[in-house]
Design a protein around this ligand. Structure first.
Ligand SMILES: NC(=O)c1ccc[n+]([C@@H]2O[C@H](COP(=O)([O-])OP(=O)(O)OC[C@H]3O[C@@H](n4cnc5c(N)ncnc54)[C@H](O)[C@@H]3O)[C@@H](O)[C@H]2O)c1
Length: 353
């Protein structure tokens, strides 16, 4: 079996569903259920014995040690993190606690347990750390895309905390021989993303006829990766990635934020026209820019394509249309996030508040 951390979050939940669509292999899912964890995203797995959900913190040495001894995972995929740049600006401490200290604590636990495994299990074991392109900093309009050898230059507390965790993962491979793999991917989008991030926020607000706040001039560029393509990349890296290596994963889909928002407006106008006939792009309002806002990210994914044969299957346009359709079809999921009731839910049962 494999141990997935942060599996109730956006990418983690998509990864677990995608995993079961391809494997029968069980998953233990360790998630602290911060505001970003939503077990409703995994509701289709209620009663499925392949999925064991454990509420807990990657920084809890006793809980992680007990899970490792009980389940003896052949691999760990580490998604658990604080992930929202704006939150990292207003409250960086949680980002240091989970992304830096938590990842260190998890690695330290895993190292002790892994070192005592029989040689065959030790060699076959993998620790896959999921990270971000934000560790590389910001690009000018004509700079080449980030490659795996681009020096780190993180600009937000979030990016700095992820860069730190990447360094610790690297050190555990080089110093102790822990069989690690690291992926640095671009902005993901798709089903089950918490509506504080650009794409789901704009979909939810535009559906409700609410203002669409766009930072600054809206011309910041991100490279967009459909979450299912990211999940396929992680499966591939886990299966045949070279131990100790870093793989960049991107969607070859650089778009300005304002273009993303206008495309969402146009797709929603087609599917659900506003009753008063207004076009939704009239809801766009430019707001004061985020401090230290990186201008452009772009990923050079040629290494994972060449060495591991991975390719993205969605274009930005097809992925965005799928995403919008998912949100339209899952208004109950959105409603429970908006009214906060998702935090009361547990897999298969409810816990008292
Ligand atoms: N979303 C993106 O566009 C993107 C892009 C690049 C990299 N990443 C990375 O991918 C990973 C997953 O991102 P996401 O968007 O799914 O994040 P998310 O915020 O949606 O989910 C994070 C999950 O981790 C859990 N968690 C937080 N702290 C924890 C802790 N101490 N112990 C256990 N669980 C904890 C949360 O409850 C939540 O379920 C992160 O490491 C992130 O840095 C995300």
């Amino acid at each position: 079996m494999i141990l997935v951390t942060g599996g109730a979050g956006f990418i983690g939940s998509n990864f677990i569903l995608d995993w079961f669509a391809h494997h029968g292999e069980p998953v233990v899912n360790l998630d602290k259920l911060t505001y970003a964890g939503n077990v409703r995203s995994l509701a289709s797995l209620a009663g499925d014995e392949r999925h064991v959900f454990v509420r807990g913190d990657i920084g809890d040495v006793d809980a992680v040690g007990a899970l490792l001894s009980e389940h003896r995972p052949r691999a760990i995929v580490n998604f658990a993190a604080e992930t929202h740049v704006d939150r990292s600006i207003h409250g960086p401490a949680a980002f240091i606690d989970t992304n830096v200290v938590g990842t260190f604590s998890l690695l330290e636990c895993v190292r002790g347990w892994w070192a005592a495994l029989p040689a065959r299990e030790r060699d076959a074991f993998r620790f896959l750390h999921v990270s971000t392109d934000e560790v590389y900093g910001s690009l000018g309009p004509d700079d080449p895309a980030f490659s795996e050898t681009t020096p780190f230059a993180p600009n937000s507390p979030y990016a700095a905390s992820k860069a730190s965790s990447d360094h610790v993962v690297r050190a555990y491979h080089h110093t102790y021989g822990l069989p690690t793999l690291t992926t640095n991917c671009s902005n993901n989008y798709g089903p089950r993303q918490f509506p504080e991030k650009l794409i789901p926020l704009m979909i939810v607000n535009a559906l409700g006829g609410k203002p669409l706040p766009v930072y600054g001039d809206g011309r910041n560029v991100r490279d967009w990766l459909y979450v299912k393509d990211h999940c396929a990349a992680i499966r591939r890296v886990l299966e045949i990635g070279r131990v100790g290596e870093v793989y960049n994963v991107g969607g070859d889909a650089e778009r300005e934020n304002i273009h993303v928002v206008k495309t969402i407006c146009a797709l929603l106008d087609e599917r659900r026209p506003l009753a008063d006939g207004r076009k939704r792009d009239a809801l766009i309002s430019h707001v004061k820019d985020r401090p230290g806002h990186d201008r452009r990210y772009a990923i050079d994914a040629s290494k994972i394509k060449r060495d591991l044969g991975w390719r993205q299957s969605e274009s930005f346009e097809s992925g965005l249309a799928r995403t919008i359709d998912w949100y339209l079809d899952h208004q109950d999921w959105v409603q429970r996030v908006l009214d906060g009731s998702y935090r009361m839910e547990r897999l298969g049962h409810r816990e008292p508040a």
